[in-house]
Design a protein around this ligand. Structure first.
Ligand code: KG4
Ligand code: ZN
Length: 345
């Protein structure tokens, strides 16, 4: 790939983001307007509020991304936008903005799968200079975010074999819900990680759903176990304050244990060459450190700023798709549910 520049737009959830990426690897600009503070008062994402906020932010964010890349629209080759999965009311804001820009400028439009975007964040790097090595195929990929927990074998660029995923809550969703149960703020992932630093991960023995013989996950039993423990502690008249740090550390340990062991097992069985972890929960320090420590294969985990939702990953995936000729029409709709298994090409 040479000299392909793509403007990426991401509005699938609660971040309004735009970025310019060159050749799928070099970030020329990446701007993210987070709505976290806005949603924290509701204890989670409020879809209607997210959608309205995207409308307010989208054009200024796109302008900023182009300006920071020292570019006009005429300097990019294509516009890539998240088509799904995501919140319908959020997705349509980015998609309509991208359609408008495409129509006005004549630039090609590309709809990108958000999960594929998370994977392609591992190809990006933030600095000029020498590029880090590209991940090598076949790659065992774990995507862990607020909405998804997926294990897939990435056999080549754009070729995915889905192995399994969560049967109930996504990993990030479990972090968010458990945080609320133990009195921590939204988003729960970073709050639990912080609280866990002062806790003992062996203090409380929480269950682990191994689901042997499958590559699936389940976190709802763990969530119920935390709820039961909290209720018992609160009912105990002699107990002092809730041991939040121990609860956080023990919960985090249970999630990380299952994610790491199942990923490594799958990598071994499917003879993967390397491992890739992506999505918001891949920002988790315990998950990053344990995966790297326990894996005998090279592990790729994007830098923290690229783990949570951003548009550089959409622009990056867009470069790879533009390069092989993907072009979408102005009749492109949002796909709020769009599994990775449907996009192999
Ligand atoms: O990928 P992402 O930004 O959005 C979705 O596509 O869902 O992921 C957001 C999720 C949230 O559930 C958040 O609690 C979780 O990622 N998260 C973390 C951490 N940072 C974000 N979970 C655990 N530890 C973290 N440090
Ligand atoms: Zn995401």
């Amino acid at each position: 790939m040479e000299n392909i520049r793509v403007l990426g737009i991401e509005t699938s959830c609660d971040e309004t983001a735009a970025a310019v990426v060159e050749d799928g690897r070099i970030i020329l600009s990446s701007v993210v307007a987070s709505q976290v503070d806005l949603h924290a008062q509701f204890g989670g994402i409020y879809p209607e509020v997210a959608s309205r906020q995207h409308i307010l932010n989208i054009y200024p964010i796109i302008e900023t991304a182009l300006r920071e890349a020292h570019m006009d629209l005429k300097d990019v080759d294509a516009i890539a936008v998240t088509r799904g999965p995501g919140l319908p009311g959020s997705l349509v804001v980015g998609i309509n903005a991208a359609k408008g820009l495409s129509l006005g400028s004549g630039l090609p439009l590309l709809g990108i799968n958000h999960l594929e975007g998370h994977l392609y964040s591992a190809w990006l790097h933030e600095f000029s200079g020498e590029l880090p090595p590209e991940p090598r195929f076949p790659l065992l990929a774990l995507i862990v975010s607020g909405g998804h927990t997926e294990l897939a074998l990435m056999e080549d660029h754009r070729i995915y074999r889905r192995l399994g995923g969560t049967l109930d809550d996504a990993a990030g969703e479990a972090f968010d819900k458990v945080a609320r149960l133990i009195g921590l703020s939204y988003p729960g992932g970073p709050a639990i990680q912080r609280a866990a630093e002062d806790g003992n991960s062996k203090a409380i023995k929480f269950p682990r759903a191994w689901l042997p013989g499958t590559w699936n996950f389940s976190f709802s039993g763990l969530k119920t176990a935390v709820l039961r423990t909290v209720r018992e502690l609160e009912a105990d008249a002699d107990a002092e304050e809730l041991p939040v740090a121990d609860l956080a550390a023990s919960f985090q340990d249970s999630v990380v244990d299952v994610l790491v062991k199942k990923t490594l097992e799958a990598a071994k069985e499917l003879k993967a060459k390397e491992i890739l972890v992506a999505g918001g929960v891949s920002a988790n320090k315990a998950l990053r450190e344990t995966m790297i420590a326990e894996s005998r294969l090279p592990v790729h985990i994007p830098p923290l700023s690229l783990c949570t939702d951003n548009a550089a990953m959409i622009a990056g995936a867009g470069c790879y798709r533009f390069d092989v000729g993907q072009r979408d029409g102005l009749d492109m709709d949002a796909l709020p549910t769009w599994p990775l298994s449907e996009i192999s090409s």
